[in-house]
Design a protein around this ligand. Sequence first.
Ligand SMILES: [Zn+2]
Length: 423
Amino acid sequence: MLPGHPEITLRPFPFPYRAALAIASDIDVCTPATFLAVHRFLNGELGLPVADSCFGVGQEPGQLAYFLADGRTPAPTAPLLEAAIRDGLIDSLHSWGDFNEAPPEPKFLRHLALTFTEHLQRAGLSLKIWINHGSPANRQNFFTRTQSEFVGDDPASPWYTADLAKALGVQFYWGMELTPWPLSIQAPWTRPAHWLRVGGNSLKNLAKMFLGRRSQQRRRDQITSLAVPLTLRDGWPVWAFSRFNRHPQGLWGRPNRHTLKYALAPAVLGQLVQEAGFLILYTHLGMPRSDPGPLFLAPDRQALEFLADMYHHGVIWVATTARLLTYRQVQQTLRWDVLRQGDQLGIHLHTVADPLRSLRQPTVEEVAGLSFYTDRATATKLFLDGRELATRPMPPDHTGRGGLMIPLPPPPATACLEERWPV
Ligand SMILES: [Zn+2]
């Protein structure tokens, strides 16, 4: 039976939430001390499940990175990064390093990427997300429609290193696509704003065609979907995701700790809930760097506290970027059916789609959070690969319907934030 079963339907978000948000922070200029302070506040004090990104190598003095400037000697803080990745406090690679000033020497880049991948693999760690970084000098970045200098996924280029990102476990990548609106799951015909956005994008694409910049055209699904299937230049299929920013200076207005008041304004969060949307916030929690004032200014702190309230009251699901992207792909592409045995119902989870649209069986970790509406929760069981999954009854939500759910995993552990690190 298909997901349209009259008695059982799949909820768009884990119970009881009505929208979802992740804070995806680029690690630019972040010092170890700032990293610890930011996450002690966000993950510890506010209880927000927020993960961060990391560099293999940094250029700025004091930058939190895995290696020293030679690109091969682990920095004193490498154990901190390993602990943070293990605990889920870091889930993204902000490319292999910061090369904003000058392109990396290809041999250096290759060796850096190889050594970094080997170190993480030896520690049993992986990273699911790649995030492009910075200026056109960052040749290691993957395909972006607006930057021809990015060639890290072009096998003909001396800067080709995408094979190592794949070995590291990367499944999702950010190719510098930003939207100023949350990406709604509601049917397009119910929302005039959808057509305005799609129409505006078509006009821009038309203009680009006349200007001879066809390669810069933006796909329609990149402004309407959280993640779209994209094949990189070496034939590697990935999910390309979009991030969100809102700032008085426009889409690329410098997003950092002191602009959260715009991006997480009550109006933004209200729109997110109203549109039943997904939002992955583009920010730099390590910026500004040298600021004698408080870590978060009052308006930004209040914005975060408001978000934490929405999360703890079960309205907005705050999750790490990796968890949110994984959940969305599974929820969107899951194939399942219902089998009846006497009075009992069994929901059998079968397959999910990868970016090539080929089907595979999901893991237990990937199906966490899935919530099913049913009037017969006590007579219903969930199965994956023939094995019964642990579920919990789902009380009636804001729609009045209840059912059963697979519990969400615990948020990233914060124990490593309390240890003494060389900062
Ligand atoms: Zn960056």
